[in-house]
Design a protein around this ligand. Structure first.
Ligand code: GLA
Ligand code: ZN
Length: 679
């Protein structure tokens, strides 16, 4: 097992603790800015994210630049051991820009141009906007790019959304020309446009899927989403190139938003040096146990970690207390903050950063939680928890740069997600692709088996088990990739809805799963049934073990696979529900129906045993993760339940308490332990 460590930064030592800091809102209060430094030191803060949304202070009118205030603050922070992640201010536009260059304002899918306001709502194609971005970024990089406290560039903020203006429309057409080699008949074929008389005779005729326009061509809908990701990435790259021209040595990131549906993060992360994201789970909600909220957060962390597996990622934002935009803005109960911060580190983050350092007095986010409240003191409950988090992160300094090392992967792809959501069939509300992936991840995690989240085109060879739920759309090369993986000894679990369409959403002919996958799994799926809520079936495994089926069930024809479970009832009684096919030295499992999770776990136990991956028996609500260096391993145990937990056979020194374990780890509710162990 070869695991390299990879520190993201040479300084500061250890993990980052800090977050979004907007001193530009307090320039008339030097006393407060002074107090901020004192409080930051008290809270063991070593990082501040500056400049997010500061455009109108940095360039109050076109071509007039003010960075002195920013330099002064970076100086003061640096003198006090606090490093800066500096944002380009392009997440929100100053009013002068929109008045002079209205093309910067987005057009919505009904064709209406926005008026000035809010943030994050630019036309990413508009040349005038791109020119202003290039100007402010260049000036910023020239003014502050060689500051000794500068750690990293933070591009814009939470890129997202789409624009339907004439410029974006023309760029979309250009993109399609490139994609189909200028051949409109190739596009017509790929999009099956003869249906309902939708053939195009020129690329110029193609509109994006507007609200009151075309929405019935699956290939077009998907291409528009892919174009939006491509255009956003292109925009991101122009900001990166602008900064690199001045500061080639400073790494870049931009902050992602959970599993944001509008952008393919597999594409967007590529030009970045570091992946970072903003995590705001609804802890303490009334729909699920706390441990489930944590498990969803672990899934999101795994997605972010897996984009760049050779280095840690950053938790760029999290709420130290409450947020102001959940349906119910509950306070984080005592202990949750620390556990969530440690979970991020356990999952591979080298930081715990917040939105935001200090609450503003006015405007939209005045009631959003912050480290420093309107009260303004360093003795509030939230502040004290942040301070304690700071001490914990200091104790975990040796973890910085260590990496996860998982042998199980789950496939999760944006085009597949989009195509499933857009397909007219099954049951709109029960498709639940994201939730299905999440549940598989959670099941594995509860067995103490962490997994990476990959794309169907990624290299699967380091993994012993790959789980591919609802693999509906097969991207180019996916089938070959999966087949090679199994032939060379991999264990693959897929199932209902696998391999129905190609990358343009055209159905495969000759039997699902298509593109050769029916040979891999040794089955053909002939029909898929959608079960009304309340109607169930069951899969009966060898030995009579029975697991309920709901929502979806396929009728299989065998083509060489061996049957592991059969349907219990209905027209498909005694036909195969779960199969395995040995190909080369590996196994391809097919689960033809949506099994209750216990059934999936039954199967995973078999696959994990086959793959030689040990399963742990963890108390309910205890999450386990590991990070590695060449010589050591850091084992994280997080008790996300409301009950105390006891875990046997755990040795090492708890880095958080200094306690040396004699083989039994006892965790209070919401307590975590990080064991430093030799490998
Ligand atoms: C996002 C943004 C921040 C802030 C927070 C509030 O993550 O990036 O600017 O608005 O949400 O939760
Ligand atoms: Zn536009």
């Amino acid at each position: 097992m070869r695991v390299q460590t990879n520190r993201l930064f040479s300084k500061p030592a250890g993990l980052l603790h800090g977050g979004d800091y907007n001193p530009e809102q307090w320039l008339d209060r030097p006393d407060i800015l002074e107090e901020d430094i004192r409080l930051m030191k008290q809270a063991h803060v070593n990082e501040a994210t500056l400049g997010v949304f500061a455009w109108s202070v940095e360039e109050p009118s076109e071509g007039v630049f003010h960075f002195d205030w920013l330099k002064e603050i970076m100086d003061r922070l640096y003198e006090n051991g606090i490093y800066t992640i500096l944002a380009t201010p392009t997440g929100a536009r100053p009013v002068w820009l929109d008045k002079k260059y209205p093309e910067a304002m987005r057009v919505n899918s009904a064709g209406e141009r926005n008026l000035h306001g809010l943030r994050h709502n630019h036309c990413m194609s508009a040349p005038a906007f791109r020119a202003r971005v290039k100007m402010i970024d260049t000036q910023l990089a020239q003014a502050l790019g060689n500051h000794p406290g500068l750690l990293m560039w933070h591009i814009s903020n939470e890129l997202g959304g789409e624009c339907y203006c004439p410029l974006c429309r023309a760029r979309f057409q250009q993109y399609l020309r490139g994609r189909f080699g200028g051949d409109i008949s190739a596009l017509n074929h790929a999009w099956w446009t003869t249906f309902w008389s939708h053939q195009f005779s020129d690329f110029d005729e193609i509109d994006p899927p507007m609200k009151n326009g075309e929405g019935s061509i699956g290939g077009l809908n998907l291409a528009w989403k892919e174009f939006t990701s491509w255009n956003m990435t292109d925009f991101l790259k122009t900001e990166i190139d602008t900064l690199r021209a001045v500061t080639p040595h400073i790494p870049v990131t931009t902050n992602f938003m959970k599993l944001y549906n509008g952008l393919d993060y597999r594409v967007l992360h590529r030009p970045l040096d570091v992946v970072s994201w903003d995590s705001y789970p609804r802890f303490g909600n009334n729909e699920e146990p706390l441990a489930d909220t944590f498990a969803e957060n672990a899934f999101d962390h795994a997605v972010m970690r897996s984009f760049k597996k050779d280095r840690p990622f950053l938790l760029m934002e999290s709420a130290p207390g409450l947020v102001n935009w959940h349906p119910y803005n509950a306070l984080k109960r005592p202990g949750i903050h620390s556990l969530a911060g440690l979970q991020a580190v356990a999952c591979g983050a080298d930081s715990v950063l917040y939105f935001q350092w200090r609450k503003g007095r006015g405007s939209f986010e005045q009631y959003h939680g912050a480290v420093v409240d309107h009260l303004g003191t360093g003795d509030t409950r939230v502040f004290k928890e942040v301070e304690a988090m700071g001490s914990q992160l200091q104790a975990l300094a040796p973890v910085a740069g260590s990496l996860s090392h998982n042998r199980v992967a789950l496939l999760f792809d944006w085009p597949n997600r989009w195509a499933i959501a857009d397909m007219a069939g099954l049951s709109r509300e029960k498709k639940q692709y994201e939730r299905t992936c999440l549940l598989q991840h959670r099941s594995l995690l509860r067995m103490g088996v962490d997994c990476d989240i990959l794309s169907m085109q990624d290299d699967l060879t380091p993994y012993k088990l790959v789980v591919a739920p609802m693999l509906y759309l097969l991207e180019l090369g996916a089938s070959e990739n999966l087949t090679r993986y199994v032939q060379q000894g991999g264990n693959l679990v897929a199932g209902y809805l696998a391999g129905y369409v190609n990358e343009d959403t055209l159905c495969w002919l000759g039997g699902f799963p298509g593109d050769g996958l029916s040979d891999l799994f040794g089955v053909i799926s002939e029909e898929i049934d959608t079960l009304y809520p309340g109607k169930t079936n069951a899969a009966i495994f060898e030995g009579g073990t029975r697991f309920a089926i709901q929502d979806f069930a396929e009728l299989l024809r065998l083509k060489g696979a061996q049957v592991l479970a059969k349907y219990e009832q209905d027209y498909c009684q005694n036909t195969p529900a779960v199969t395995v096919h040995t190909v080369g030295t590996g196994n391809a499992y097919y689960v033809a129906a949506r099994l209750e999770q216990a059934g999936m776990e039954h199967l995973y136990r078999r696959c994990l045993a086959e793959a030689g991956i040990p399963v742990q028996s963890l108390p309910h609500g205890v999450e386990f993760h590991c990070r590695y260096t060449e010589k050591e391993r850091f084992a994280f145990y997080l008790n996300e339940s409301e009950n105390p937990a006891t875990i046997a056979d755990v040795f090492g020194t708890d880095m958080l308490t200094g306690q040396v374990l004699d083989g039994t780890l006892r965790l209070a509710p919401l307590q975590a332990a990080v064991l430093r162990q030799a490998r």
